[in-house]
Design a protein around this ligand. Structure first.
Ligand SMILES: CSC[C@H]1O[C@H](OP(=O)(O)O)[C@H](O)[C@@H]1O
Length: 341
């Protein structure tokens, strides 16, 4: 397997390494990943996270297992184990489908490695095209807002929504960015803030419940968020809190964009009601838990509702920024997304 380098994934001398995102921003620790069980654990714990990165990481792991001699039958079984690791991110499902097709080849070992390398390279290219389409929407001096983490940590390339924002910054558009900390796991406060500092993007971190006040004050000109799955009618799933942000944006007439590769479109989902929403452990809400620390402030037995994602209806979306272009409400109503998936 080639030596591949992304912000949260890398291969070297045939081995796969994952950057443990639960330790960021305090520590940068690379973890070797040799087995399916290790990959599943890393995905479930969000050591590896972000829909594109999850899909690519899972396939790189299968390519590694093929390179060390696992049978086709074992690899096909492992693909199904990986598929169940996180149910909402459709990139995981699509990438595994590509890998399963590769495993049908006579020389499945070479085909698996080639497939994983191709998925990696494709994502790098898709991210760049999304960034170019999205950055063209950004006007000089705008104040932007984003939710969760959608940068290089979540992809093999420059990211989705944060890739757009970073390119606008690089183009000298003098943007400023409001970063939602994104409870409960703080992907914004830990990961997007860290990426912004690496990239030199001027940002301010806010609690999720502060976005409304900024919009009321006219301090948000445009919002870009990512997605884990887009339905054919344009409804989309993203980190929980995205829906409330979209409602606020609609009320305050702030342009609201979802940024995702076309591979995030799921033709099997006619609308958002068909998107599976991952429910996560209550301790994530009762306090903070993970490599960055452990503090439980709620009663240990506090009942918790902890959906990892929510669904934003298409009616609240100004535009869909894909690698193939920017689509508006009329495009989506005319069936523009049916060409993907
Ligand atoms: C570029 S997709 C990033 C997407 O993934 C995040 O979820 P998680 O941190 O749970 O993997 C979030 O929904 C982001 O929008």
């Amino acid at each position: 397997m080639k030596n591949l380098t992304a912000l949260s994934l890398k291969t070297a001398q045939g081995l796969l390494y994952v950057l443990d995102q639960t330790l960021l921003p305090q520590q940068q620790r690379w973890l070797a990943c040799r087995t399916v069980a290790e990959m599943v654990a890393m995905i479930k714990a969000l050591q590896l996270r972000g829909a594109p990165a999850i899909g690519i990481g899972a396939c790189l792991l299968l390519a590694y297992r093929a390179s060390v001699g696992d049978s086709r039958q074992q690899l096909l079984l492992d693909a199904e184990v990986l598929r169940a690791a996180r149910p909402t991110a459709v990139n995981l499902m699509n990438n595994l489908d590509s890998m399963i097709a590769a495993l049908q080849q006579p020389d499945f070992k070479a085909a698996a490695i080639a497939c994983a390398e191709q998925l990696f390279a494709e994502d790098v290219a898709l991210c760049q095209r999304m960034a170019e389409h999205g950055a063209a929407l950004v006007q000089q001096g705008e104040q932007l807002l984003t939710h969760c983490n959608t940068g290089g940590l979540a992809t093999a390339g420059v990211g989705t929504a944060l890739g757009v924002i970073n390119l606008a910054h690089q183009q000298g558009k003098n943007i400023r960015l409001w970063v939602d900390e994104t409870r409960p796991l703080l992907q914004g406060g830990r990961l997007t803030a860290w990426e912004c500092q690496q990239l030199g993007i001027p940002y301010q971190l806010i609690c999720d419940n502060m976005a409304a006040m900024l919009m009321a004050r006219g301090q948000v000109d445009r919002i870009f968020v990512g997605s884990d799955r887009i339905a054919v009618n344009g409804d989309f799933a993203n980190k929980v809190g995205t829906y409330s942000l979209a409602v606020l944006a609609h009320y305050h007439k702030v342009p609201f964009y979802v940024v995702a590769p076309h591979t995030t479109v799921d033709l099997a989902c006619a609308d958002g009601s068909a998107i599976p929403i991952e429910q996560r452990h209550g301790d994530e809400v009762r306090g903070v838990s993970g490599g960055f620390g452990q503090a439980i402030w709620a009663p240990q037995d506090a009942p918790v509702f902890n959906p990892a994602f929510d669904v934003t209806p298409a009616a609240l979306v100004t535009g869909w920024v894909l690698d193939t272009g920017v689509y508006n409400q009329a495009d989506i109503a005319a069936g523009a997304l049916q060409q993907f998936g």
